[in-house]
Design a binder for this molecule. Structure first.
Ligand code: PMT
Length: 403
């Protein structure tokens, strides 16, 4: 995620300028604070209005701000803009601006910002085939590279001229992904595939009623975002929740019942390196779901319950040698003993124990108090802390388990 990161997007005169809108949208989705700056030529290809709407910030174009409510002649502070950014990405970069970046020819606001920027500068060139292949272009790119400017190389494909070849601007999704990776140095989870279950399950009694529990789904969502921030490929299978995954790279499947969660896990488990089973799965479900709403008639009714599949146990018993399994245990008595039993019976590599006896722990809260229980009596207690902090400690443990 790019929460709190300030990204300045520079746009130059190129047919690929439309892609800057997608880039801005992608960066915003990742939580970045985005501002845009256009060269005068870029305005022929994309309007400031489009980019200001997407970035939710005014767009800078000229040294002098446009007249507003009778106030004229206000200066666009290029030094401030250059200092503001944590990263300046010029995408698309035209051949014209490329040569100016090399010579320092400061004839527009984008160039003035570039010359005053203290942050890393990245460029994503977009040109026609022969322009990109020209020795001047190659020399200019080499010069910038030698000065520490990161070049997101143009890609092969169909060009606006109708020619085929190298010159297409890198895709906005890929640029945003690289920026994300730059600010979030990857861990040993990079490239690992992690399956997570989260939230409660709802077991239908009739079309309007269900058996459920108080899980908010926070833990599952936090785990998914944290794994993705470490570069893992994440699949979150969650029961009903109001919590929203922030990281757009997390694949999310919403399910209702234990049966639905089970079949999603069964279909996917062998593609994954690890599973974190934080869902509060109902152990039992009504044997039959009434087709219509049950009417209030008798003083007493009986609900027959049958056992649900144990998802964690299935994954533990069927895991391949390279796969690791982390389960949770929510206890109200004999906590450690029960967690150790679950560790063994469900063939988990680690159980995160939380107890409803502890204030601020378990369902719904932003905090939890957990104990990591592993084989050979390995037990680690943690103080009451934010769930995000505890889940980050869990991922440190998972990194060791996978390495
Ligand atoms: O969602 P939050 O509000 O953030 O709350 C988080 C939490 C309290 C739900 C979480 O920290 C937690 O403890 N999750 C597990 C709750 C639970 O169902 O515990 P259990 O002891 O009944 O189950 C043990 C393990 O087996 C769990 O990993 C559970 O996912 C799994 N299980 C249980 C039953 C079943 N039929 N299938 C399972 O996979």
């Amino acid at each position: 995620m790019l929460t709190g990161k300030k990204i300045l997007v520079g746009v130059t005169g190129s047919i690929a300028a439309y892609k800057s809108a997608y880039l801005v949208r992608e960066l915003i989705r990742l939580g970045a604070d985005v501002r845009c700056i256009l060269t005068p030529a870029a305005r022929e290809f994309i309007t400031p209005l489009t980019l200001s709407t997407l970035s939710k910030n005014p767009v800078a174009v000229d040294f002098v701000k446009p007249e507003k409510e009778g106030k004229a002649g206000e200066w666009e502070n290029h030094v401030k803009l250059g200092m503001w950014a944590d990263l300046f990405i010029i995408a698309p970069l035209s051949a014209n601006t490329l040569s100016k970046l090399v010579t320092g020819n400061c004839d527009n606001l984008l160039m003035a910002v570039y010359l005053s920027a203290k942050c890393p500068v990245w460029i994503a060139p977009a040109m026609d085939l022969d322009m990109y292949n020209h020795f001047s272009t190659k020399e200019n790119l080499d010069k910038l590279k030698s000065k520490g400017i990161k070049i997101l190389d143009a890609k092969d494909g169909e060009l606006a001229s109708g020619l085929e070849g190298k010159g297409r601007m890198e895709e906005p999704y890929e640029i945003a992904k690289e920026i994300d990776a730059f600010f979030n140095p990857q861990s040993k989870l990079k490239g690992k595939k992690i399956l997570i279950t989260g939230g409660p399950t709802y077991e239908a009694i009739d079309p309007v009623r269900f058996i459920g529990n108080h899980s908010s789904g926070k833990t599952g969502v936090l785990l998914a975002d944290a794994c993705a921030a470490r570069g893992a490929e994440v699949f979150l299978i969650t029961g009903p929740t109001r919590e929203k995954v922030k990281n757009p790279y997390v694949r999310v499947l919403h399910v209702q019942s234990a049966d639905e969660m089970m079949s999603a896990v069964e279909h996917n488990w062998f593609d994954f390196d690890a599973g974190i089973f934080s869902a509060a799965v109902a152990d039992y479900r009504p044997e039959n779901k009434a087709p219509e709403k049950i009417k209030k008639s008798d003083d007493r009714i009986t609900l027959n319950l049958i056992k649900n599949p144990d998802i964690l146990k299935w994954a533990g018993l069927n895991k391949k040698a390279h796969q690791r399994v982390i389960g949770f245990a929510l206890e109200t008595e004999n906590e450690i003993e029960n967690a150790q039993k679950k560790l063994e019976q469900k063939r988990a590599d680690l159980i995160v124990l939380n107890s409803l006896k502890d204030e601020g722990a378990g369902f719904g809260h932003d905090t939890n108090k957990v104990t990591f229980v592993q084989a050979n009596n390995k037990i680690r207690n943690f103080e009451l802390s934010q769930k995000s902090v505890l889940m980050s400690q869990l991922l440190d443990e998972l990194e060791q388990m996978l390495s």
